[in-house]
Structure formats: structure tokens, C-alpha cells
Design a protein around this ligand. Sequence first.
Ligand code: SF4
Length: 225
Amino acid sequence: MTYSETETDGYVFKWLYARVIEWAKENLRSFPWRNTSDPYKIFLAETLLKRTTATAAVRIYNDLINKYPDISTLASASVKDLNYLLRPLGLYKQRSELLIKSARYIVEKMGGKFPYNIDDLVKVPGIGLYTASAISSFAFRKPVPTVDSNVIRVLRRFLDKPSLNVKIAMNLLSSVIEEKNGSEFNLGIIDLGGTICKPTNPNCNFCPIREKCSFYLNNINKNVI
Ligand code: SF4
């Protein structure tokens, strides 16, 4: 089965949204950057999480917050000190330079405050669409989708649309996301992709959205699940 455009515009996405939020209440992973609504801390976490595991990022995140507790201290950091701290993560030179560049831009051009909307956030050097969405959703609780590779994978399988990309996913999810629980949904679908709908061997039998998932319904009788 494959969903039509009318279905993805309407009830299927509303159903998916509700199911993921329900699942998220009991199943979200716990990370230190999920206990805060401070945009600075979320920005740091998202920068560390690029191309690395959450486990590796946790250790550096705590050290980084202790040494540079706010955007001003990061803006005055030396690249050498930051390199030393970030070295275990890899890509440390790029990360250090970008962190300092972003921090200086926010301090010098934005009065030291993170803007809450995506259009302004992506103007900051080093902040791309995903990080901007994460800051907007997790810090300011704006109703914007956070579409990473986990979310893309879940939606491609759920809809049986292998060509689905970030832009399409953003459009589809924007039509259902709500201010009151958008960040719970975003965390839920990210974690669903990270823990159940994994790149290989998706664990469909434990998946809360399997009853309407195209991949599951198309394969249930073929002994591949
Ligand atoms: S049912 Fe399987 S393929 Fe579909 S979203 Fe869940 S884990 Fe992924």
C-alpha cells in the first residue's frame, strides 16, 4: 500500500501525530540537553551531535557547559582551548571555529539573544535548518518540525515514499504540528527512528505506528518482519 496525497494531508498524519505523542510519554530517551529550555544549551548540544553519537556528546556537553556557561563566555573563548575540549569528538577544529563564530554573531548582531524563529536562526553562521528547528521547537516551543535522518527514515517507510526529502517532510509535518505538544512529537519521532525504526532491521513488532505503516503492512505476510 501507498498513501495518496489527500490521505497524507489529512487523517493519516493526524493519527500519526497523536500516536507518536502517546508513545513519547513513556519512551523518550534521557539526555542532559532535554532537561532544559535554554536555547544556548540546545544549540551546543545540536552542534556536538552532528556526526557523532549521543553517548560521546554527553561527556563533552557537560564539560562545555561548565567551562562556557553562556553565549558571552563562548564568544570570548580561544580556539585553542575549545579545540582541546572538543578533540575527543573528532572534527574538532571545524566545530570550535563554528561555535565561536556563531557565538560572536549572536553577541554582536543579536544582542546576545537567540531569535525564536527559523528564518532568523539560520542567519547565524553555523546554524543550519535542523539546528534552527531544534532551537525553535525545544527552547521556544514553536510549532515547527525537527527533521533529521531518523525522521526521514520513519516517514519514508511509513508512507512508502523512498524519495521523501527534508522539504517534503517539513511541509507534511507542518500541517499537523501544534504549539502545545509539538516538541513532544518532535522528540518522539526522532526517538522512534533512533530506537525502533532503525536503519537496518526495524523492530516493527514494537512500533506504535505499525497498524498504518506502509512498510509493515506491505511486508507482514512476507516473513521479512
Ligand atoms: S512499523 Fe516498522 S517500518 Fe513502520 S515505522 Fe514502525 S518500525 Fe518503521
